[in-house]
Design a protein around this ligand. Structure first.
Ligand code: PGA
Length: 248
């Protein structure tokens, strides 16, 4: 059985004070039966990882450079993240793919940089509303996943996480129905199995307007192994309620 993972993506929100309050609430209330990870903005990583030391909640970053350390002003290298206490990192969030022009190839390079320093990369993938309307959902998510396998054989990958986040459901209040999400998750799992990439043990989490009210139904699907939570991750009580739903 795959253990559920609930990941809180704070995006570019918060302050040092908010980070402190939120982390205290979450670390005190997180149920032991699920894995919980928090993804604060870069400047708060060290504070958050310090506060979480000795707890089961882990810290991740929202992005990482595709480059090795060197002359890349403003970038953050994978080994700097481990140095700050991170054990995970998001790569290819749709706000970066669509808002900041990240390509499948560049995202795959980030994924491998992270993996190679021992971070668990969380590869975000998902289709736009237009792509779904044109019946291209499967093609798009498989292309985004295969971009990694093109750079390294799937059989050589270490553990990672996939986060299916339909772009039309992120921050919009619209959620994919549990069946719609399950359908895509099972396609992704089959694709990993076919490529020899730890398909059965890889967690595929769902993101896109997950709230306490819809979490349980989503997490009850066979291939939905937890959630990547945006808006609701900024509210300690809501986030903990989602963690509880994942543990049921
Ligand atoms: P949301 O964001 O929960 O606010 O839709 C999810 C995400 O972008 O990771």
């Amino acid at each position: 059985m795959r253990r559920a993972l609930v990941a809180g993506n704070w995006k570019m929100n918060g302050s040092r004070q908010m980070a402190g309050e939120l982390v205290s609430a979450i670390s005190a209330g997180a149920p032991g039966v699920v894995d919980v990870a928090l993804f604060p903005p870069f400047p708060y990583l060290t504070t958050v990882s310090g506060m979480l030391q000795g707890t089961a909640v882990v810290v991740g970053a929202q992005d990482v450079s595709e480059h090795a350390p060197g002359a890349f002003t403003g970038e953050v290298a994978a080994q700097m993240l481990t140095d700050c206490g991170c054990s995970m990192v998001l790569v290819g969030h749709s706000e970066r793919r669509h808002g900041l022009g990240e390509t499948d190839h560049g995202v795959a390079a980030k994924f491998l940089r992270a993996m190679d320093v021992g971070l668990v990369p969380v590869l975000c993938l998902g289709e736009t509303l237009e792509e779904r309307g044109a019946n291209r959902t499967e093609e798009v998510v498989i292309r985004q996943l295969d971009a990694v396998f093109e750079q390294r054989p799937a059989t050589e990958l270490r553990p990672f996480v996939l986060a299916y986040e339909p772009v039309w459901a992120i921050g919009t209040g619209e959620t994919a129905s549990p069946l719609q999400a399950q359908e895509v998750h099972s396609v992704l799992r089959e694709r990993m199995n076919a490529a020899g990439a730890l398909g059965a043990s890889t967690r595929i989490i769902y993101g896109g307007s997950v709230k306490p009210e819809n979490a349980e139904e989503l997490f009850s699907m066979a291939d939905i192994d937890g959630g990547l939570i945006g808006g609701a991750a900024l509210d300690g009580a809501a986030f903990l309620a989602i963690c509880m739903a994942a543990g049921d």
